[in-house]
Design a protein around this ligand. Structure first.
Ligand SMILES: [Zn+2]
Length: 82
């Protein structure tokens, strides 16, 4: 039984790694709404291509990390209590 759990975990990790590599190599996917046939599609702006969900997640996590790790130059420093 533990071998089956390990096999499932490794399969899920391998699938996630393949999807992450796919998002890195090809960040744009086809538009699911118009499939590239509607020039007035608001979801893809008529290009027929949209940013993939994995790439959007990557961009969100990078922005979150940046926001949390760099000091904001416009923010006043916190006052220290005596
Ligand atoms: Zn579209």
């Amino acid at each position: 039984m533990p071998a089956l759990v390990l096999l499932v975990a490794l399969t899920v990790l391998a699938a996630a790694a393949v999807y992450a590599a796919g998002c890195w190599l090809a960040p744009f996917g086809p538009c699911g709404r118009c499939h590239g046939h509607d020039r007035l599609c608001r979801r893809c702006d008529g290009t027929g291509r949209r940013v993939r969900a994995g790439r959007r997640l990557h961009t969100y996590l990078r922005a979150l990390y940046r926001e949390g790790s760099r000091p904001d130059p416009g923010r006043r420093p916190e006052r220290r209590r005596p």
